[in-house]
Design a protein around this ligand. Structure first.
Ligand code: NAD
Length: 502
């Protein structure tokens, strides 16, 4: 095995790379090789306090900069993201394990949120009404909040930080990003691009760390808003603690996304769609399809047979293997937890159709799991109830569309869902009645494009305000309404009115 050089990942504060002072470090692994590739410094409360102080100072000047000038920095940033796509994709692959082609897809979706933020001048335009009464004009303006934070997960090292933060910066806030400690290299790379793009020092900062660092951030009195993406368990804590400390919070959690296959669906198209949406990125996507729900016995039989044949042929491999359909999972612990879920489901009576527990991979020191498919899974099993963030997917059979809707609506998560059908009336019923935030009709992963709002329901999101889309501009600004009157200097009449104007 080739020895790797382990680098130390610093924070990025006030335009500089800053070595951590805590003497607390995390290990960063390459999932493809299982080797430690870096250590990352965990920030202390004092380091967080200092970052907030510097960001607060920088934000005042940044907010005074015209929105047009701010957006010019974003134009340059976008260009740099495009120019450095190859380098970034390699970095994502190395620290996250996803394939290079998938990493490039993630970067291009991230760039979409920069495109949206370039439209900030339009999105933060206020409203103006003339002569609302007694020569009074009324207008509103959207102002930045101040210092805001984003806390991001491991599964999209570039796309999620960009989706969460670019609009925040564009509308005049200073940002403190706390990336996942498992993928800190990409966040540092993004920081370098912001610097090259000419963003003033202190407007963009990255503090690395774990729970202790997050606690210092979300309770800090000068942090105005928190945008969190990660597991539901943590989303709940962030929402409760953040709002208790009077912050605006949106916290996006996990999912258990179903694909309902109606008897009138094109089964081959449904199978092909399921494969990519369910196993891509080793199923480590919050919008990955994890449950296939064929309606009726015949649909189940045909769908399962065709699906099994395709799943058996999927290939897991290193992030730079051009023939791999997906890569390793993020860590040895994640692999262990997925294996446990599969074993438990089998003990409870599930039938393992494709068993990926011992995949053959050239570099088997990595955190690999092969494609796994189980049927005879029932709604009572943990495998159905909980999010399983890895390539073990399940089939749950139902008899009617009503039963499918009922089960999905009863589920604790409500991130994404899709129905495959050729019937307009089935599609209409499904989209109307389903209790899920993002719904597809013959679209396997219904992630809205950058200029539409993104967000789940139920346990998949706490708080208001969505990610991507115009809602991001609303989340990161506050509205001020001004009522304004100018007196005619020749008019000497004056009166006092005690009544509420009718
Ligand atoms: P995670 O919840 O373990 O970590 C997310 C962030 O929270 C990280 O920055 C981590 O350092 C921090 N954190 C972890 N434990 C904490 C604690 N106890 N207190 C405070 N902070 C803590 O999530 P993950 O494993 O990195 O990411 C995978 C999860 O994210 C999955 O559940 C996935 O569905 C979800 N996700 C959701 C969306 C969405 O848009 N809804 C998008 C991507 C990922």
């Amino acid at each position: 095995m080739k020895a790797v050089t382990v680098e130390s990942i610093p924070h990025y504060i006030n335009g500089e790379k800053v070595e951590g002072k805590s003497n607390r470090y995390g290990a960063v692994y390459s999932p493809s090789t299982g080797q430690k590739i870096a250590t990352v410094a965990y920030a202390t409360k004092e380091e967080v306090d200092e970052t907030v102080r510097l960001a607060k100072k920088a934000q005042i000047e940044w907010a005074k900069t015209s929105v047009g000038k701010r957006v010019q920095v974003l134009h340059k940033f976008r260009q740099l993201l495009v120019e450095h796509t190859e380098e970034m994709a390699q970095l994502i692959g190395k620290e996250n394990g996803k394939t290079i082609s998938d990493a490039k897809g993630e970067i291009s979706r991230g760039i979409e949120s920069v495109d949206l933020a370039i439209g900030a001048p339009h999105l933060i335009k206020g409203e103006h009404s003339v002569n609302v009464g007694g020569d009074i004009n009324s207008y509103s303006m959207k102002q930045p909040l101040g210092v805001v934070t984003c806390i991001s997960p491991f599964n999209f090292p570039v796309m999620v930080p960009l989706a969460m933060s670019t609009m925040a910066v564009a509308v005049g806030n200073a940002m403190i990003l706390k990336p996942s400690e498992k993928v800190p290299c990409s966040a540092l790379f993004i920081s370098e691009l912001w610097e090259k793009a000419g963003l003033p020092s202190g407007v963009w900062n990255v503090v690395n760390g774990d729970k202790d660092t997050v606690d210092a951030i979300i309770t800090h009195p000068d942090i105005e808003a928190i945008s969190f993406v990660g597991s539901t368990k943590v989303a709940e804590i962030i929402y409760e603690t953040g709002t208790k400390h009077h912050k605006r919070v949106n916290a996006f959690g996990g999912g258990k996304n179903h694909m309902v296959i109606m008897p009138d669906a094109d089964i081959d198209k449904a199978v092909d769609s399921f494969i990519g949406a369910a196993y891509g990125a080793a199923s480590q996507r919050c919008m990955a399809i994890s449950v296939a729900m064929p309606v009726g016995e015949k649909t189940a039989r045909v769908f399962t047979e065709k699906l099994k044949a395709k799943v058996e042929n999927l290939k897991v491999g290193t992030y730079d293997d051009e023939h791999a359909d997906f890569g390793a999972v993020i860590s040895a612990e994640a692999k262990q937890s997925i294996l446990q879920s599969i074993d438990d489901a089998v003990k409870e009576g599930a039938n393992i159709l494709v068993d990926g527990r011992n995949p053959e991979v050239e570099n088997n020191e990595g955190f690999y799991l092969g494609p796994t498919l189980l049927d005879h899974v029932t709604p009572e099993m943990n495998m159905y109830k909980e999010e399983v963030f890895g390539p073990a997917r399940i089939i749950v059979n139902v008899d009617t569309i009503e039963e499918a809707i009922h089960l999905i609506n009863d589920h604790q998560y409500g991130n994404g869902v899709t129905v495959f059908t050729n019937s307009g009336s089935h599609a209409r019923k499904f989209t109307q009645e389903i209790e899920v935030g993002m719904v597809g009709v013959n679209v396997p992963i219904p992630i809205p494009v950058g200029y539409h709002n993104f967000g789940g329901w139920k346990g998949s999101r706490y708080g208001e305000g969505q990610m991507f889309g115009p809602d991001t501009a609303r989340f990161f600004t506050k509205t001020k309404t001004v009522s304004e009157r100018w007196f005619d200097l020749d008019d000497k009449d004056s009166e006092t009115n005690f009544d509420f104007p009718s």
